[in-house]
Write a protein that binds this ligand. Structure first.
Ligand SMILES: Cc1ncc(COP(=O)(O)O)c(C=O)c1O
Length: 392
């Protein structure tokens, strides 16, 4: 028998996965690690994580779960105690009418979104999405062999959301991805805007995939869950995560809220990928969900202080930036450094040791900008701004 040649025509990735990309952000992170390994100090603004540690009562709940041997398979949709607590939370805080059957526990927002797109899209379907956008979304859509259709948030806000969305509508449009607060721009759609998008979705019979990863980090406005609006809970799959609200990025716990037929799809996608979420992490997740909401006032105040320090600093350097209303990112115009955001980012890293993410990574509408996270120490923000002031 001849051994299989490594250049055999069979040695190729499935067509479906060839269309799926890897994150540029990982490449930037590697570059920062290289610089640090060379002994250089880098002011890191490229991240996407809360600066606070996971609260102690959540860690204690994990320890307790382990001590009590809560380590066996859980139902793949999640432990009942957690699903019930989530159903209460979304009814009370998000105003989404949801029963416990409408709740699924998943491995972070990423799995919820993955399962959501898998449940709705067929090959060739189109998804309207505001741009700039969180990069993995286009890959989650590509995973379904479907097509993202980008709608500039700036253009939509300037010219009318419904009118701008309508320009991109085709007979293949099946869904709309709706992220508020937005990563990377920090845009928060207000109630009127959410109502406009909801009306558009109903009129054109679109399914909405709502991404509310930053629901608790809204500074000057209210957070509106689009599924809470009349006629929307049936046609919306809402993805939530504990990652940002409770500083639990590494725990990989999130949840999705949806009705049928979506819930069947979500459950299948979860069952045949991870068969649920680590059982002790779910008990920790229960402690997180039961945290009194008052804690968010203090958390938001900490982020707001960082936001104002960074935004004022960037504006004082001539890098124009509006105060983002939500999430923890600033997205200034950096065309005065370079029109090409990759070159602007490389220059900033090289000359001022300030690490950011080029705006173009978040879609063409992000070109000319850099994403700075203000989820870091006040001292880092001060030092980074100072370095840019001295060296640029
Ligand atoms: C807009 C948005 N949605 C979803 C997520 C997913 O978060 P996770 O998978 O950590 O829960 C992120 C993480 O950065 C995000 O920025």
């Amino acid at each position: 028998m001849t051994p299989t040649s490594p250049v055999s025509a069979s040695f190729r990735l499935s067509n479906r996965l060839q269309q799926v990309g890897f994150s540029d952000i990982v490449q930037i992170r590697n570059k920062v690690m290289d610089l640090r390994a060379q002994g250089k100090s880098v002011f890191q603004f490229e991240g996407g994580e809360p600066y606070l540690p996971t609260p102690q009562h959540i860690k204690d709940a994990m320890t307790r779960a382990l001590a009590e041997n809560k380590t066996r398979y859980a139902p793949s949709s999640g432990i009942m105690e957690l699903r019930m607590a989530i159903a209460r939370k979304v009814n009370e805080r998000n105003r989404i009418p949801a029963a416990v059957e409408d709740v699924l526990v998943v491995n972070g927002g990423m799995q919820g979104l993955f399962a959501g797109f898998q449940s709705v899209l067929d090959p060739g379907d189109e998804v309207l999405m505001f741009s700039p956008f969180w990069t993995p979304i286009k890959d989650l859509i590509a995973f379904c062999e479907a097509k993202p259709v980008f709608v500039s948030t700036g253009e939509a806000r300037a010219n009318g959301i419904a009118k701008t969305l309508a320009k991109h509508l085709t007979s293949r449009t099946r869904a709309l991805y709706y992220n508020s607060p937005q990563n990377p721009s920090g845009v928060v759609f207000d109630r009127t805007e959410a109502e406009t998008v909801a009306k558009f979705a109903i009129e054109h019979d679109l399914i909405v995939i709502a991404d509310e990863a930053y629901e608790d980090l809204v500074y000057d406005d209210e957070h509106v869950s689009i599924a809470s609006l009349p006629g929307m809970s049936e046609r919306t799959i809402t993805s939530f995560t504990l990652s940002k609200s409770y500083s639990m990025t590494g725990w990989r716990v999130g949840y999705v809220v949806a009705k049928e037929p979506w819930m069947t799809g979500l459950r299948k996608a979860t069952l045949y990928s991870t068969n649920g979420v680590s059982t002790p992490s779910q008990w920790a997740g229960l402690a997180a969900i039961e945290t009194p909401v008052g804690v968010f006032d203090e958390i938001r105040a900490g982020y707001k202080q960082r936001r104002d320090l960074l935004i004022n600093g960037l504006n004082s350097l001539g890098l124009h930036c509006e105060h983002p209303k939500g999430a923890f990112y600033a997205f200034p115009d950096v065309t005065s450094i370079d029109q090409d955001s990759r070159k602007a980012g490389a220059k900033l890293l090289e000359i001022a040791q300030v690490a950011t993410v080029p705006g173009v990574v978040f879609g063409d509408a992000g070109e000319g900008h850099l994403r700075f996270s203000f989820s870091t120490g006040l001292d880092v923000i001060e030092a980074g701004i100072d370095s840019m002031r001295r060296k640029l």
